[in-house]
Design a protein around this ligand. Structure first.
Ligand code: 2M8
Length: 449
């Protein structure tokens, strides 16, 4: 039995257990999310992993981010997966033979030397880079870490803010549920319902070799994921407006994705200042984007941010998706939110839909009272460690010290007791998904350091 985190003498043991997971998942240049289920490098996983690794080995944390950014495309996008050529084909679906980045992505500047996917994930990287730098500024300066990363991070944000501003209001859109990272969130049910699924016999799901069927997305979800990805690939990974005939069949402005982009813009401005080249205009723009986020995605009645489905509703400006998901709480990360929004978000986190400090200790990925809430199925209810880590930061930022401390203790305790599970049932805290999952271990190390 793992002793409670509240017992300070347990901390070193929990930290070593988490460090062992990260060590076992390290490939020499990056960390896999998990050896079986996810045997390549994932984009936002690597950012969270680096945030934890910086306490164990600042050098490894720097290399983690450098490896990911070495696979950046010419148009600035950072691919959501960087494939390891030593992993057998078929170990993960969809693999390099599906995405065909080095050929089909050439027009968008995909690298020739490495195979990647062609979609993106939430931009947590500048935030991670800043935190990694701060863990050992001497090493970082000696290796030119920030100076080398800064132009890459700037190009990455430029890609999102320009090419992915499909709604024209300034926010970035995701064109695939995998891009937002919460793959089968109920937020995507309505936008995905318009997508004709690829036939189930046209692909083989490697994830089911490792995961329990009832913990994973359904075959129907996968059919739609495949169809969207094939369409994007066959269009050369070009980003076209939602109105055009060959435009995306899925285009959503998501509050978590955009909040992370704004937080990373702020971190990038700090990186520039650290390098002696301050960029006040970047900070001003981050403030403006926070206002746009509130104007466009805040729902005062629901008390949280909602996604905007750009292809729904009349008039071509899209419509809000009326689902309460954890992504709608994550803008709490932002310092520039109006106080009424901060108060409402805290109220919602503690209220019956998310139950923080009441029936649950970790915030679920989806509305506890929602019609399709499922405590074990991936992003349709279980509690995840990265979203709770982000929420803890937001609560601390806005002075909610008690709530943040409770969340911290619950995160560390549950991470260790669950065998560093990918996610847990929010009520019973039973492990779901894979074990020895890297970002769970990394964020546990971060909270213990
Ligand atoms: C999950 O997504 C991948 C596709 O990218 C999958 O199901 O195969 C999500 O939880 C995602 O957020 C995460 O980055 C990835 C690797 O941990 O797994």
């Amino acid at each position: 039995l793992v002793p409670p985190f509240s017992a300070p003498e347990a901390a070193p043991r929990l930290r070593s257990a988490a460090a062992r997971v990260l060590h076992a998942n390290w490939t020499g240049t990056s960390t896999v999310p998990s050896r079986g289920l996810y045997p390549h490098q994932w984009s936002w996983d690597s950012a969270f992993i680096a945030i934890g690794l910086r306490h164990l080995s600042p050098l490894r944390a720097q290399i983690e981010l450098e490896t990911l950014l070495a696979a950046q495309w010419g148009d600035g996008r950072v691919p959501h997966i960087v494939f390891n050529p030593d992993v057998p084909a078929g170990a993960y679906f969809p693999g390099p033979g599906f995405w065909r980045s080095s050929t089909d992505g050439r027009g968008a500047g995909a690298p020739g030397a490495v195979e990647t996917s062609g979609i993106v994930q939430p931009p947590v990287h500048a935030l991670a880079a800043l935190l990694v730098h701060r863990a050992d500024p001497g090493l970082s300066r000696a290796r030119g870490f920030l100076a080398r990363l800064r132009p890459k991070l700037a190009a990455w944000h430029r890609y999102l803010l320009e090419r992915r501003d499909l709604g024209g209001a300034g926010l970035a859109s995701v064109v695939h549920p995998w891009e937002q990272g919460m793959d089968n969130s109920p937020c995507w049910d309505a936008p995905l319902a318009r997508v004709t699924p690829a036939p189930a016999r046209s692909f083989r799901r490697a994830d089911l070799d490792h995961g329990t069927v009832s913990d994973r997305p359904t075959d129907l979800d996968y059919g739609r994921y495949v169809r969207l990805a094939v369409r994007y690939r066959d269009g050369g990974y070009a980003d076209r407006g939602p109105g055009s005939a060959d435009g995306p069949e899925f285009a959503v402005e998501d509050p978590a994705f955009n909040a992370l982009l704004i937080a990373s813009e702020q971190a990038l401005a700090e990186i520039s200042a650290e390098l002696g080249e301050p960029e006040p205009e970047r900070l001003t723009r981050a403030g403006r984007l926070t206002d746009v986020l509130v104007e466009r995605l805040w729902d005062p009645e629901a008390g949280l941010f909602l996604c905007r489905d750009l292809l729904a509703g009349p008039g071509g400006d899209g419509a809000p998706v009326p689902e309460r998901a954890v992504g709608g709480l994550l803008p709490l990360l932002l310092p520039g939110l109006p106080p009424r929004v901060v108060d409402a978000l805290v109220h919602t986190a503690r209220g019956p839909h998310f139950g923080l400090g009441g029936p649950v200790e970790l915030v679920p990925s989806y509305d506890l009272l929602g019609p399709v809430f499922d405590p074990r199925r991936y992003w349709r209810g279980p509690a995840w460690f990265n979203t709770n880590w982000l929420l803890e930061r937001g609560l601390r930022l806005h002075g909610e010290r008690g709530l943040a401390a409770g969340l911290r203790a619950a995160l560390v305790e549950t991470a260790a007791a669950s065998g560093f599970a990918e996610y847990v049932d929010p009520y019973t805290k039973e492990s779901c998904g894979t074990r020895d999952f890297s970002w769970t271990a990394a964020l546990c190390v971060d909270l213990l350091s």
